[in-house]
Write a protein that binds this ligand. Structure first.
Ligand code: HAM
Length: 417
């Protein structure tokens, strides 16, 4: 039997890892500048956390979760997203007692049983930032600027920021009921699932990918006409902050995003270079979620970046940086091989990338190997060099050779780099 990775799960090979590291280290640097601290939560959580947090009518909860039962018959689910888990950790560890404003980030794998296609996997990775404790539009702007800044810092251009407001518990019910009336008026033209959604959770019809449903929601009432004064002011103020920071945006009043917890601001950062899976990051405000999951009534906002999608663009846009060993040690004969083992270890400890060979080979074969690896210099040591106490250091580019003392080899080799 030949083993292959499970459909929708993929290996990240060394060629691609450079882009992952670059994205992650850029994110870490920015998170530090914006005052965010890292948190790591378990990959497996109680199913109820996600069904209650994300909403039972969402695609994620209704059809995409990987759920298993523990020995007591309780459901456990591989996290399909990180926000609900971070909120659980925030509540369980009473993080708000340490600081009323908590800024947290996390990175790691998520699992959704979606139909795999370009840019869509069943195991994928996210970089999340979540800010707790501030209800005002300035933290919305802070979060969005942070997300945009991340893409600027890795050199991306041509991304579009879409923003919307979904209102709050005061104004959204009226919008929902008008939307429901509108959808029920067209119910025969909706897909089977949306007929049900129109009744139970009309906002979710905006998530539908079926063409006829998309055409209908394009004509639907706009949430903007229903926002209460507070939500209207919040949204205006956010737009003002974004404009002041030079961040351009597109107003997209159909941007409801596929999770039920959002209130007021939602946003998505999109590219036109990835086909249908065009969102490289998405987020929004979720002022009711902490309370809904059993915590205090604390507001929050955050976003998640889709790592695979960003890496796909990076690989398209930038050539990976190729690195080569500093030194190859060609040890000729048993005695030299024995000594070389220690030299390799000592030189690696001071940070040089040193390669050598396993098994005995002649000088010609070893030089060929060093050339194939792209080593910058080669140290050649055989019995003669051992007895004279001087090895030969060859520069592979200029072909120049010089003697180096073997006594204090770390100092003597280091001088050359
Ligand atoms: P989301 O829009 O479901 O939001 O996912 C965020 C990002 O993860 C997407 O924009 C996309 O780049 C990536 N992504 C999602 N599903 C897949 C997939 N199947 N394969 C590859 N990439 C994918 C959330 O998850 C929210 N928790 C974001 C958030 C944080 N809202 C507030 N705080």
């Amino acid at each position: 039997m030949e083993f292959t990775a499970i459909k929708g799960f993929k290996d990240v090979l060394p060629d691609e890892v450079g882009s992952w590291q670059r994205l992650e280290s850029t994110a870490r640097r920015l998170f530090q500048a914006f005052g965010f601290f890292e948190i790591k939560t378990p990959i497996l959580e109680r199913t109820e956390l996600f069904s209650r947090g994300i909403g039972t009518e969402t695609d994620i909860v209704s059809k995409e979760m990987y759920t298993l039962m523990d020995s007591k018959g309780r459901g456990m689910t591989l996290r399909p997203e990180a926000t609900a888990s971070v909120v659980r950790a925030y509540i369980q560890n009473r993080l708000y007692q340490k600081n009323p404003i908590q800024k947290l980030f996390t990175m790691g794998p998520m699992f959704r049983h979606e139909r795999p296609q370009k840019g869509r996997f069943r195991q994928f990775h996210q970089i999340n930032a979540e800010l707790f404790g501030d209800p005002g539009p300035r933290s919305d702007a802070d979060i969005i600027v942070l997300a945009m800044h991340l893409f600027d810092s890795i050199g991306f251009s041509g991304l579009r920021l879409h923003i919307n407001s979904l209102g709050c518990s005061a104004c959204r019910p009226l919008f929902k009921s008008k939307l429901k009336d509108f959808l029920l008026g067209k119910v025969d033209s909706l897909c089977v699932e949306c007929r049900r959604r129109a009744e139970t959770n009309p906002l979710r019809v905006f998530d539908c990918k079926v063409e006829k449903c998309k055409r209908i929601v394009a004509e639907a009432p706009s949430i903007m006409d229903f926002l209460c004064d507070e939500c209207g002011k919040h949204f205006e103020s956010l737009k003002d902050y974004l404009s002041r920071s030079g961040v351009s945006f597109v107003l997209n009043h159909q941007l409801v995003r596929g999770l039920d917890y959002y209130t007021r601001t939602t946003f998505e950062i999109q590219t036109d270079r990835l086909g249908a899976q065009n969102a490289v990051a998405g987020g929004g405000r979720y002022d009711g979620l902490v309370k809904l999951l059993g915590g205090p009534d604390h507001p929050a906002i955050g976003f998640a970046v889709g790592v695979e999608r960003v890496v796909a663009l990076m690989t398209e846009e930038f050539l990976p940086e190729i690195k080569y060993p500093d030194l190859f040690i060609a040890a000729l004969g048993e005695n030299a091989e024995r000594e070389a083992f220690q030299w390799v270890t000592d030189l690696r400890k001071v940070g040089l990338w040193v390669e050598t060979h396993y098994g005995s080979k002649g000088l010609k074969a070893l030089m060929k190997k060093a050339g194939r690896l792209g080593a910058k210099k080669v140290l050649i040591v055989g019995d003669d060099e051992l007895s004279s106490g001087k090895g030969v250091l060859r520069d592979m580019e200029t072909k120049d050779q010089e003697d180096v003392g073997l006594e204090d080899i770390v100092t003597n080799i280091r001088k050359n780099f």
